[in-house]
Design a protein around this ligand. Sequence first.
Ligand code: PLP
Length: 224
Amino acid sequence: MTGSSYEYIKENVRQLLKELPPGVELVAAAKQQTPEKIMAAIEAGVKIIGENYVQEAVSAFQVIGRSVQWSFIGHLQKNKVKKAVEIFDIIETVDSVELAEEINRRCAAAGKVMPVLIEVNSGREPQKFGVFPEKVEELARAIIQFSNLRLCGLMTMGPFEGDPEESRSYFRETRQLFDYLKGLNLPGAEIRILSMGMTNSYRVAIEEGANRVRIGTAIFGPRL
Ligand SMILES: *Cc1c(COP(=O)(O)O)cnc(C)c1O
C-alpha cells in the first residue's frame, strides 16, 4: 500500500477538520490501525495520534516518528512507563499518585518534563479507570509536587454507549471541574486541555466545552 491509498481516511479527516471549531484539537485514536492508515490520516492533516497500547505505539512510532505529537490515551501499566516516556508527548490518563510518581521518576531519569492530564471517571463507574470527580483536586495537588510532570488538564471517557445526549451531564460536570481546577491557580500547573468526546459524542462534548476530541471510528472506520 502506498501513501495515496486510503482515500476514505483522508476524506474523513478533511471533513472532521472542517467541522471542528477553531481551538478544538483533533486526536486520531489509532488503536488497531496500521502505520499506513495512520500515515494517511496524517497526510490529510492530523497532528496528534492517540495510542492506547505502548506496544502498538512503538511499532507506529518506528514508522512515523516525531512528525506528529503522540498522546497516550489508554490505561498505563507501571511496567510500561519507561517505554511510554520515550515515545509520548503527553499522557492523558493519569489516575493515581503511584502512576504519577512512576512517570515522574522515569521522566527525571530521561531529563524530560511530561505534560499530563488527569483521567476523570465522570460516570463514577466502579469497573472503569479514572478518578471520581471528588478525588480530582487531591490528585492534582499531588501531581504538582512532581517536578518532572506538568499538569495540563482533564480527560474523560464518559459512558459512551448509545445516545450521546446521555453523556452530556458527565461532560458538563467534567467541564465544571476543569474550570474549578483552573481557578485554583495551582503553582506549576497549566490547566488548558479538556479532552472529551469520541466518534459518537464529540459534538455534544464540544458543546459542553471540550477543546480536544479523540476520534477513531469516524476517521478509520469500524474496528474489528
Ligand atoms: C478508542 C478510543 C477513542 C475513540 O473511539 P471511537 O469511538 O472509535 O471514536 C477515544 N478515546 C479513547 C480513550 C479510546 O480508547
